[in-house]
Design a protein around this ligand. Structure first.
Ligand code: SF4
Length: 88
């Protein structure tokens, strides 16, 4: 796999199922909505071979993760990735 020219990391939630001692998040179950993500994505110039990485918290806990991925695919040519803790 080629290294992407640019990576954008978006923290889509501060919610997590783990309780790591060193974690800096407050786990208050805040979730980014698709409308806010779409608004932010429209301000980013398209760059080929770029990726957007959904992180958290645990991004797989996001109830609207599918809508966020659809927003990325509709608005940008970025490839969406999910950075999970792997515990779900
Ligand atoms: S997995 Fe990551 S986000 Fe979750 S508690 Fe641990 S450090 Fe925090």
């Amino acid at each position: 796999m080629a290294i992407p020219k640019k990576s954008i990391v978006v923290e889509i939630t501060n919610s997590c199922c783990n309780k790591c001692y060193s974690c800096w998040l407050d786990n208050k179950k805040v979730f980014m909505n698709a409308k806010d993500l779409s608004k932010a994505l429209r301000k980013i110039p398209d760059i080929e071979e770029s990726v957007i990485i959904f992180s958290g918290g645990e991004p797989l806990l996001h109830p609207d993760l599918k809508e966020l991925i659809i927003a990325v695919n509709d608005i940008t040519n970025f490839k969406p990735y999910i950075l999970t803790s792997g515990s779900l």
